[in-house]
Structure formats: structure tokens, C-alpha cells
Design a protein around this ligand. Structure first.
Ligand code: NDP
Ligand code: 8X3
Length: 253
């Protein structure tokens, strides 16, 4: 039986690279995102290139009812989800907390914390019923330390860290693995979203250094998924060679 992986946020970046990697290894996929056209194109291209079965679910992860309805509508066979990659997320803005926009805070909290919880709440009972599963939560170095102007994004990723620890405790007796992966700078659409579409500003975090790519994260996800049954990778922090932590990046002029 082919494994089934549900990956959230596959319309770009880490999620898209993960979908490509897992499809190339023959897994059947459930891919998700809000941008329907991109999602449907990815579905068609992965199905034709790798001959896998694939379902595209088009919903906003901030809406609990949409999340619930989409998972509930899966057939019995597709509900046998082996792998959940909680990837959908974003940063909005880079401001001192005293100047922060409440709408940005709500977007980040609703997506990165509440959205991750909503989809996990629907998928975890399917895994506990099968007494197997692997949840990969995409956290961040921002979940390990706080940087100036990033308080609320960092808070959401600290929450993801806590959720991973809690899932590991509560799911322990079901044999479900929980892996948290915390990347540093990865060049995706992340920065374009953070700076509200300003592509010039979005390049600045990567100036003079070679950041990680979505593919780099996908490779580590794949490695985590292929450990022997008795082995779980709990907590992986990965950065570009030029990055020591959230604030120390070596940049060539
Ligand atoms: P991208 O912006 O390239 O991708 C984000 C994905 O999340 C998109 O597919 C987007 O799909 C989806 N998404 C965002 N909001 C929603 C929503 N409300 N409902 C459904 N899907 C949503 O960024 P990355 O690939 O870089 O980010 C992926 C994850 O990695 C995030 O959790 C991010 O915090 C984390 N991360 C990123 C790092 C980086 O430097 N890039 C470093 C560390 C962690 P759509 O817009 O179609 O809905
Ligand atoms: C994304 C990486 O450094 O912008 O989580 O917070 S950073």
C-alpha cells in the first residue's frame, strides 16, 4: 500500500518542494492551499510526472469549518493518512511590537497556530484509530529565539514548538511520531508575503548569503520520514551554512 501524505500550503516554497519530493518517491498525496489555479496545476503535473494519486483541497486553513468539511469529505481510503506535514504559515510585517498592526498579528496567529491546530484536530483521530502516523510540524529558528521586530511571528513559532512537544506526549501511546523542523532563512515566497508584495525589500534578508531552499527542507522531511519504526527525530534545527542563529548571518559584500 502506498503511503498517503497530507501537506498543507503546497502552492509555493517548502510545501511545494515537499509535495514534489514525496511524489517523486511514489507516495499518494493530499495537497492544500488557497490559490486554486496553482494547486490544480501542481496536482496535474505531479500526477502525470510520477503516476501517483493526488487530491487537491482548496481551503483557507484559518477557517475551522472549511478544514473540517474538507477532511470529512475524504473517502474511507483517503482518510488513512500516514503523514501530515503542517507547513502552511506566514509572517506579516516586521515592526516593533509597539507599532505592530493588529490585523497582521491576527493573520499570523490564525494561520500559524490556530490553522495548524484545526487541521491537526481533524487528522489526529484518523491516525490514532490506525495506531500509526507521522506528523511533521514546520516551525522555525524564530521558534527557538526571538528577534527584534519579529515578536508576534516568533511567538507563533514558539507556539508550534510547544504544540509539537504536547502532541508527542498525548500521541505517545498510539505510536505516532511527531517531528518538529525549524529552518532558518529559506528563499521562498515567505519574504514577499511578509513585505506585502514588495519584491525588492523581500530580497534583503538573503543579501550576500546563500539561503536554504524549499528542496533542502524537503530532503530533511524525507529523511525524517524514513527512519526505522522505533526511531523518531524529535527536533531538527537547520540553517544555511552562513547563518548561526536568527540574528547572526555572515554576508559577503
Ligand atoms: P511560502 O509563502 O512560499 O508558502 C506558504 C504556503 O502556506 C503557501 O502554499 C500558502 O498557500 C500557504 N498558506 C498561507 N496562508 C494560508 C491559509 N490561510 N490557508 C491555507 N494555506 C495558506 O512560504 P514558505 O514555504 O517559506 O513557508 C512555509 C512554512 O515554513 C511556514 O510555516 C513558514 O513560517 C515556515 N518557515 C519559513 C522559513 C523561510 O525563511 N521561508 C523559515 C522557517 C520556517 P496559499 O497562499 O495558496 O494559501
Ligand atoms: C522564517 C525565518 O528568520 O524570517 O521563519 O524568522 S525568519
Amino acid at each position: 500500500m502506498k503511503r498517503i501524505a497530507l501537506i498543507t500550503g503546497t502552492t509555493s516554497g517548502i510545501g511545494k518542494a515537499t509535495a514534489e519530493k514525496l511524489a517523486s518517491q511514489g507516495l499518494n498525496l493530499i495537497i492544500t492551499g488557497r490559490r486554486k489555479k496553482i494547486l490544480d496545476e501542481l496536482k496535474t503535473s505531479l500526477a502525470s510526472e510520477y503516476g501517483i494519486e493526488i487530491i487537491a483541497l482548496n481551503f483557507d486553513i484559518r477557517k475551522a469549518e472549511e478544514v473540517k468539511a474538507n477532511i470529512a469529505a475524504l473517502s474511507k481510503e483517503w482518510k488513512k493518512i500516514d503523514i501530515l506535514v503542517n507547513n502552511a504559515g506566514l509572517a506579516a510585517g516586521l515592526d516593533h511590537i509597539q507599532d505592530g498592526k493588529i490585523e497582521n498579528w491576527e493573520r499570523m496567529i490564525d494561520t500559524n497556530i490556530k490553522g495548524l491546530l484545526y487541521i491537526s484536530r481533524e487528522v489526529m483521530p484518523l491516525m490514532t484509530a490506525n495506531k500509526k502516523g507521522h506528523i511533521i510540524n514546520i516551525a522555525s529558528t524564530a521558534g527557538k529565539e526571538v528577534y527584534e521586530n519579529g515578536t508576534v511571528y516568533c511567538a507563533t513559532k514558539h507556539a508550534v514548538d510547544a504544540i509539537s512537544k504536547g502532541m508527542r506526549l498525548d500521541l505517545l501511546k498510539y505510536g505516532i511520531k511527531v517531528t518538529s523542523i525549524s529552518p532558518g532563512l529559506v528563499e521562498t515566497e515567505f519574504s514577499i508575503v511578509r513585505f506585502d508584495g514588495d519584491r525588492e525589500k523581500a530580497k534583503l534578508p538573503y543579501k550576500g548569503m546563500k539561503p536554504l531552499t524549499g528542496k533542502d527542507i524537503a530532503e530533511v522531511i524525507w529523511f525524517s520520514l524514513n527512519q526505522p519504526e522505533h526511531v523518531n527525530l524529535n527536533d531538527i534545527v537547520m540553517t544555511a551554512t552562513a547563518q548561526a542563529n536568527s540574528t547572526n548571518v555572515y554576508r559577503k559584500e
